[in-house]
Each structure stands twice: as structure tokens, then as C-alpha cells.
Design a protein around this ligand. Structure first.
Ligand SMILES: Nc1ncnc2c1ncn2[C@@H]1O[C@H](COP(=O)(O)OP(=O)(O)OP(=O)(O)O)[C@@H](O)[C@H]1O
Length: 471
């Protein structure tokens, strides 16, 4: 273990430092080059190098706010840079350490730079008219969104709002669902559709950006301007609202903005990972208002939807991907569309690079790590335990011969989840459930699928279990 060191941006050049410090110096310089001086000075120079323990490097930040911000915005990049820099760093952990010097942007200097930067971003944004908006991604359109059972309701709501913003019953539109299932995609699609006409001003930003801008406005004493800018848009879209949990001041500000806009007949669109009623940690009055309009859930993908998405994305890539490979991916990667897309992109990039067609063999080889990580994620035993706990039955009943519905139904759900969340075959799953035949498992999978369509509260239970298991 190497000792914790405080290193700020003015730290000594490599040479006089330990190997870890030297690496840190290089990582920091690369980051600075990538994100630019303003962003670096505002958020990243506060990071303090901590110890390296069992392959995990600790980096400290002086406050929880900064830690959360750096975690959400830069953690992945930091990981990559560190791993490239040193083989003995397998991961990084961002921690809060009180008492470290906090180098916050002051009103006179960095605060202004932040505002200047925001203004500069706005100046280059052609897609939207609002002064605060983040550019919309033209790839996320309604045309490129593949509709299936799990997302058809959310899609229909999004379409409706894009056609007729602020319709009664659709304001706010609250889209929720697990990670990587298309919430951001739908929001961008609504925004792009609305701005096509030219007379609607749309502001899209993540809840984090909202907070970042709010804080920047406080620091530069321009909160009135901030409020006015936000309140002048026709449509305000805030993505990943769950980020505001625990951020009381920002929540308060959002609540007032929300009210002002809805009262003025403007449209609000919000996304989150949970329904308004499940977003504990958000103020009650805000939760209540969020649930007042249309609340649309994007469910986990089905095999059919995953196949349709893969087919569309493979076609768009211009590389031929055999249907066997698409089926294989759709079976193996069930967690979310982002991962599915990532896997396909990797295959296509590999095929382009080596100049050979995509086959099942190359797929297994190229995606070895990814698929292994997936398989590791959840075991049949964990599924059985969680499901048994949920319905309050004995774990042994997962393999018992009892056929009473109170036991048989949870068992079927566990089989269904085992099929969805692991790569085990039907006979393998059957064996884990008291040596049942694969046709019993198949029947369970179909039955649970049918019941989920007929009974929303049952579907919610299954969905909840799935999310808990996926962590
Ligand atoms: N139905 C779909 N059709 C086509 N692409 C999709 C679909 N659903 C998701 N995607 C793609 O998957 C990726 C992840 O989607 P998106 O970013 O919208 O997810 P999200 O629900 O906002 O996730 P997060 O909770 O992480 O914010 C995007 O590239 C998006 O285009």
C-alpha cells in the first residue's frame, strides 16, 4: 500500500514523486486535456490521491456533493485512464474525506468561467432555442426507437406529447424504468419532434446538469436569470430525476420551476428509475405533483424486443450479422438495451478491423469477458432465495413436488427469472428445480409471461424482483 498524498493541480512534476504520484500527474494531465481547463478546475482538481489497496485506488473528495458529481461524470474515464496507466490499478473508489481543502469556484473567477462555459455551450446548440439547453442527440429519434410490448405505452405517450404538448392529463409526462431501457431516447425524440416545427422552445437536461447550473448560478449571483431562463421555455425535460434525492435545495428549486411552468401551461417531461410513489427521498409535495399527469413505465425488454432492436441496429451498421448471432445476443444479454447495443457495436467494430465476417464463434470469443460478467451476475440459487422470500414460502419448496398455487406460482416465477437473467438452458434450470423436465420450465416461462400481461400488479412484482436481482 502506498501512502495517501494530497496533490492539487500545482503539485510537483514527476521526478520528485512516488510512482503512484507520477501516474496521478499523468492521469490528471490527460483528463485536463480532454475536458478543458474550466471543467478541470471546477470539478477535478479537488481530487486527492489516496492509497492503493489490493488493486483498488482510493481517490478523495472534500464533500459528498463533489464526490457524487465526479462519480457521475468522470468515474468511468478515471478508471480507464488509471488502468491504462498502471496494471496494478484494477479499479478506483471515490470517497469523501472531510477536512480536505475545498477549491471551489469563486464568484469572481471560476464561477464566471462556469457561466461562460454554459453560455458557450448554448451558443453552439442549434437544435433548441432555450438558453440553458443541452443539445439533443439526433440519433435518438422516434424513427430509430423500436417499439414492442414493454415500451409501447411509454412510446405512445411520448408521441402524444410530441404532437400536442401540454394536453390535459399528459402534463407532466413521467417516464420511468430501469437503466438503459430508452427513457433518454424517448425524451430526445420528443424534443427533436417539437423543435422541427420551429416555434416551440425545448430545454433538455439531466437532473445533474440542472443542479450544476443552479449551483453555478448561485455562485455567480445570477439565480434570477437562471429562473427566468428556465421559466421561459415551452417544454422542460429533466432526465434521471432520482439524482435529486437528498439534494434538498436543488429539489426545492426544481419544485418551484415545475409549478411555475405547469401553471403557465407549459409541458414538463421527467424521467426517473422509479415511479413517483417509489422515489422515496423526494419531497412528498414534489412526488405528488410528479404523479399528477401521465406516468408511463418502460418495462424490461422481452426476447422479441431485443431481437427487433438488434436487427434494426445491425442493419444500420451496414455489417451483416447472422440471425443466429442476434439470437445468441438476445438470449445472453437481457439486462438492458445499452449493453445489447454495446455488444453489437463491439462485434461490428471487430469484424471491420480484422476484415472477417461475424460468426457465432467470433462472437463468443470477442464478447468473452462481457458474457462472463453477465453470467456471474446472478445465480439460480439467488433467484430462488429472493423469490421465496418475496412470497414468504420455504426455499425447499422451489424444488419440492408441492403443487398448491401459493407455492407453484412463485416457483414458476423463479424459473421465468432464471431463464431471463441467467444463460442456463431449460434442462439445466429444470434440474435446479427438483429435477423437473425442461417442458415444465418452458410452460412456466410462457405462463408467467401471459400472467404479466393480464395482471399489472403481478407484473410489477416480477419486475421488482428482477430489478432487485440485477442489483
Ligand atoms: N426501444 C429502443 N429502440 C432502439 N434503441 C433503444 C431502445 N431502447 C433503448 N435504446 C438504446 O439504448 C441506449 C440506452 O437508452 P437510454 O439512454 O435512452 O436509456 P435510459 O433509460 O435513459 O437509461 P438511464 O437510466 O441509464 O438514463 C441508447 O443508445 C438508446 O438509443
Amino acid at each position: 500500500m502506498e501512502n495517501a498524498q494530497y496533490l492539487d493541480a500545482s503539485a510537483s512534476a514527476p521526478g520528485s514523486s512516488s510512482p503512484l504520484e507520477t501516474s496521478w500527474h499523468r492521469v490528471r494531465e490527460k483528463l485536463k486535456g480532454e475536458v478543458g481547463e474550466v471543467e478541470y478546475r471546477t470539478w477535478l482538481r479537488q481530487i486527492v490521491l489516496g492509497p492503493l489497496e489490493d488493486g483498488e485506488l482510493i481517490l478523495y473528495l472534500p464533500t459528498r456533493f463533489l464526490r457524487d458529481w465526479v462519480r457521475s461524470q468522470y468515474e468511468e474515464r478515471l478508471q480507464t485512464l488509471w488502468r491504462t496507466e498502471r496494471q496494478d490499478v484494477q479499479g478506483i473508489e471515490l470517497q469523501v474525506k472531510r477536512g480536505l481543502p475545498e477549491v471551489l469556484p469563486s464568484v469572481e473567477t471560476d464561477g464566471d468561467s462556469v457561466i461562460e462555459e454554459v453560455t458557450a455551450q448554448v451558443a453552439t446548440s442549434h437544435e433548441v432555442r432555450s438558453d440553458l439547453a443541452v443539445p439533443l442527440d439526433p440519433r435518438f429519434s422516434f424513427d430509430t426507437f423500436i417499439v414492442g410490448k414493454p415500451n409501447e405505452f411509454a412510446y405512445a405517450c411520448a408521441r402524444r406529447v410530441a404532437e400536442k404538448p401540454s394536453s390535459p392529463g399528459f402534463n407532466p409526462l413521467f417516464l420511468y424504468g430501469g437503466v438503459g431501457l430508452g427513457k433518454t431516447h424517448l425524451m430526445h425524440a420528443i424534443g427533436s419532434e417539437l423543435t422541427k416545427t420551429g416555434n416551440v422552445s425545448v430545454a433538455y437536461m439531466s437532473a445533474e446538469k440542472f443542479m450544476y447550473r443552479f449551483i453555478a448560478a448561485i455562485r455567480s449571483q445570477s439565480t434570477m436569470e437562471f429562473k427566468e431562463q428556465l421559466r421561459s421555455v415551452d417544454v422542460l425535460m429533466i432526465d434521471d430525476l432520482q439524482f435529486l434525492i437528498g439534494k434538498d435545495n436543488t429539489q426545492e428549486e426544481f419544485f418551484h420551476t415545475f409549478n411555475a411552468l405547469v401553471d403557465a401551461g407549459r409541458q414538463i417531461i421527467v424521467s426517473a428509475d422509479k415511479s413517483p410513489s417509489d422515489l422515496s427521498g423526494l419531497e412528498d409535495r414534489l412526488r405528488t405533483r410528479l404523479g399528477c399527469g401521465m406516468v408511463a413505465d418502460i418495462h424490461a425488454t422481452t426476447f422479441e424486443l431485443r431481437i427487433s432492436i438488434l436487427e434494426a441496429k445491425a442493419k444500420a451498421s451496414g455489417t451483416h450479422v447472422p440471425s443466429k448471432v442476434l439470437e445468441y445476443l438476445a438470449h445472453k444479454i437481457t439486462s438492458n438495451v445499452r449493453e445489447l447495443e454495446g455488444a453489437l457495436n463491439r462485434l461490428v467494430a471487430h469484424a471491420d478491423l480484422v476484415g472477417r465476417p461475424v460468426t457465432l464463434d467470433t462472437t463468443q470469443d470477442v464478447l468473452k469477458d462481457m458474457l462472463k460478467a453477465h453470467d456471474r451476475r446472478v445465480t439460480i440459487e439467488e433467484i430462488q432465495r429472493k423469490v421465496a422470500e418475496h412470497w414468504n414460502i420455504r426455499l425447499t419448496d422451489m424444488s419440492s413436488a408441492r403443487r398448491a398455487r401459493a407455492v407453484a406460482r412463485p416457483r414458476q416465477v423463479a424459473m421465468f427469472l432464471a431463464k431471463q437473467l441467467t444463460s442456463r438452458s431449460l434442462p439445466e434450470i429444470g434440474r435446479k428445480f427438483g429435477n423437473r423436465d425442461h417442458t415444465t420450465v418452458m410452460h412456466a416461462v410462457n405462463r408467467v409471461g401471459e400472467l404479466m400481461e393480464q395482471d399489472p400488479s403481478f407484473a410489477e412484482d416480477v419486475e421488482l424482483l428482477r430489478r432487485m436481482l440485477e442489483g
